[in-house]
Design a protein. Structure first.
Length: 70
């Protein structure tokens, strides 16, 4: 790979990591400040699970595809 170029999967990992952190923080906010009219099955806390999953997968993608210093 030429210098200055990055693998596309590195940027996919960054996006997954960013979206995961945002969704996870929204899920934690909903626990701290419950909604007045919660949606059906809100007790499952889906934003926390999906946010954590996206953040972990994004971290794996970033770690595996970062440029190594030579």
């Amino acid at each position: 790979m030429m210098t200055g170029q990055r693998n596309i999967w590195f940027f996919v990992g960054l996006l997954l990591l960013l979206y995961g952190v945002v969704i996870l923080s929204i899920g934690l906010w909903e626990i701290a400040f419950p909604l007045a009219h919660p949606p059906v099955l809100s007790q499952l806390h889906a934003p926390i699970w999906w946010g954590a999953l996206l953040a972990v997968l994004g971290g794996i993608f970033v770690a595996r595809n970062r440029r190594r210093i030579q």
